[in-house]
Design a protein around this ligand. Sequence first.
Ligand code: F6R
Length: 366
Amino acid sequence: EKGGYEHFMLKEIFEQPRSIADSMRGRINPEDATLLLGGLGSYLDKIAKTKRIVIVACGTSWHAGLVGEYLLEELARINVEVEYASEFRYRNPIIKEGDIVIAISQSGETADTMAALELAKSKGAIILGVCNVVGSSIARITHAGVYTHAGPEIGVASTKAFTAQVTVLSLIAIAVAQKKGTISNELYRELIFGLDAIPAKVEKILKNVDKVKDISKLFTFASNFIFLGRGLNFPVALEGALKLKEISYIHAEGYPAAEMKHGPIALIDEDMPVVFIAIKDSSYEKIVSNIQEVKARKGRVIAIVTEGDTQIPSMVDFTIEVPRTNELLSPLLTSIPLQLISYYIAVLRGRNVDQPRNLAKSVTVE
Ligand code: F6R
């Protein structure tokens, strides 16, 4: 059932070209550059008219929500807040009639996310879901939604469900932007064609797995890790740190790269591995100076870079390349090497990768 892979987690990481494609299938058509989200029906119109969207989720799904926030704000110019479901539900949240609340949940059974939705519904919000399990509790109570088609995820650490969530959130953001007229025809087409090309690019990253494995060997016994990124890749940094914590039990933190100098930089010395997501995007020059700050303090840097980049590779200890794409779609590529790093480090440390201690696949108690 593991299809020849040593663990479900590795199998699921390698399934991503397919799970991302499945989450777009029947929804985008690159031939005539159309996008159709049947599951939203008339709610697409309501999203386009709303002033505010609240995204509620937990864990990895919350990280996908942060990527969704960037996408919806950038493309559709709607004010988005991303809330931990557990915090949202216990603090008398401000929800007005017409607000849209979107829950993101792989299992569709997470107790806090479910309760947050029920609360929002009772206050008159339109509640929508991005779930992976058809017919799950969250899928059933929402007014409408868009399923991720990642297929069953067995490994406790979420991998393919995350990229499927980001894929679906990209589709939602593009569809809403198109409806609102806040996206140029040129960018719209670039993103549709860009999405269509993502599965093959993920495939390409997965072909270079040996390099990631070799790097992971050198860091197997690190006791801390820092992950840094900016913009859309800040949530990817958070997710990279969460993955490493969960399955290897190494203490790891994710930060927006610019926040470093406000505290965490004090942690940097020759024993501190720092993973930068440093692709050629609009914050490239800023990331270059953040890397210089870490190197000046002898931190050991692993950088996720854009194919063909020569500047960052000359500054850092190790690089892992990802293909070029529109930066709005980059989390779908940059998250893959981070999944692999945590997988290999956990295996090398002899951890139970598919069933890490203290964790359950779906958290149905609060
Ligand atoms: C991390 C992980 C958890 C879940 C979280 C939410 O790898 O799996 O953080 O993301 O428990 O679960 P769902 O998405 O099922 O609501």
